[in-house]
Design a protein. Structure first.
Length: 98
């Protein structure tokens, strides 16, 4: 790895570290924070799939805590969790019939 690549990596790490300390993120910082491309994040805002702020109709901003909540609320339930829910439901149904 050459020096130029290492400097780019260091710059990217510094940008990410700076963004982690902020509560309000720009589009660039939000994309870095979520590890998405800017265009993917912008499409999500235009489809209103993700919470964002657009003061004055110009720049797009994100609240980091809302991005965290958005990620955590997008959980896909595992097969094991579904089976546990089914078994729990069936157990309650059988008890209520008794």
């Amino acid at each position: 790895m050459d020096l130029f690549q290492k400097l780019n990596e260091i710059e990217a790490l510094l940008k990410r570290q700076y963004a982690l300390g902020k509560e309000i993120l720009t589009l660039d910082e939000g994309a870095d924070y979520l590890c998405l491309s800017k265009s993917a994040l912008y499409k999500m805002t235009s489809k209103k799939e993700i919470p964002f702020y657009n003061p004055g109709g110009k720049k797009i901003y994100f609240k980091k805590s809302e991005l965290d909540n958005w990620v955590l609320n997008s959980k896909s339930i595992s097969t094991e969790e579904i089976e546990d829910e089914i078994n729990s439901y069936l157990g309650r149904t059988q008890k209520s019939r008794l």
